[in-house]
Design a protein around this ligand. Structure first.
Ligand SMILES: [Zn+2]
Length: 254
């Protein structure tokens, strides 16, 4: 008995130490999962189905190295792939299409394709209107800051790219609308213009860049009016996987 009385404090100390070790392990796991949740929600978009669709599917094909070159028509831009601050396309031109403002430009190849696309839509009785194209780094910075002033930075990040992270800085992104009053409408997909583009834009080299439900994959809120020129070959290949396929899914980069 005397022995047990002497050993008990030692056993008790061992038990206490074991318990403390287990608690510290649990605390460590909890912190990891908390920070994981936080990093996901920083990019997360409103729709809960978006989070469900984020389960990673295998890439359709391996991304070519050109996706990292600013001047390439297939340059990838999203919240984790930026455009150089100094990059300015050297072939900007003003497409001859109906627009909401006079000084909209795009790179020549995208501009030619856009003119062709707008003419084809018109032939089908659908009038498309261009509401924005190329933005310089400084213009994107001003646009983002105006959103921050109105919404605060957290909300602004969900609806507007920071300077250096917008496809508009490539001169390869076109914001398209039905008319001036409906520009940047979240219901653009349900207009005749939105439906025509969903069906035909790829034939002219354009992809709807952030289809509904793909926000958590691309990293920006759904942008039904925002079409990105990538060339007919890539646009058709991506669209043939699914009309809502994203570049990130196609290349397995998310
Ligand atoms: Zn846009």
């Amino acid at each position: 008995m005397r022995f047990l009385k002497r050993i008990n404090p030692v056993l008790a100390a061992l038990i206490v130490m074991s318990l403390l070790f287990c608690v510290s392990l649990y605390a460590h796991v909890s912190c990891s999962s908390t920070s994981y949740t936080a990093s996901v929600s920083a990019e997360a978009m409103p729709s809960s189905t978006a989070a469900v669709t984020a389960a990673k599917a295998p890439a359709v094909t391996q991304a070519p190295s050109e996706i990292y070159t600013d001047s390439s028509i297939i340059k990838l831009v999203n919240p984790t792939h930026s455009v150089s601050k100094s990059y300015v396309p050297d072939d900007l031109t003003s497409p001859n299409v109906t627009r909401t403002q006079s000084d909209i430009t795009l790179r020549k190849e995208a501009s030619d394709a856009l003119e062709e696309m707008f003419a084809a839509a018109e032939n089908d009785g659908v009038t498309l209107v261009l509401s924005d194209g190329y933005r310089s780094y400084t213009e994107q910075e001003q646009t983002f800051n105006s959103y921050v002033a109105r919404l605060g930075e957290a909300k602004a990040l969900k609806v507007c790219a920071k300077a250096g992270y917008s496809e508009h800085e490539l001169g390869l992104a076109a914001d398209i609308t039905a008319d001036e009053s409906t520009a940047y409408s979240s219901s653009f997909d349900s207009t005749a213009q939105g439906q025509w583009l969903k069906e035909h834009a790829h034939e002219y080299g354009f992809l709807q860049r952030v289809p509904e439900g793909k926000s958590s994959i691309v990293g920006y809120s759904s942008l039904p009016w925002h079409y990105r020129y990538v060339g007919v070959d890539l646009a058709t290949a991506v669209y043939s996987v699914s009309p809502d396929e994203t570049l990130e899914e196609y290349w397995g980069l998310y």
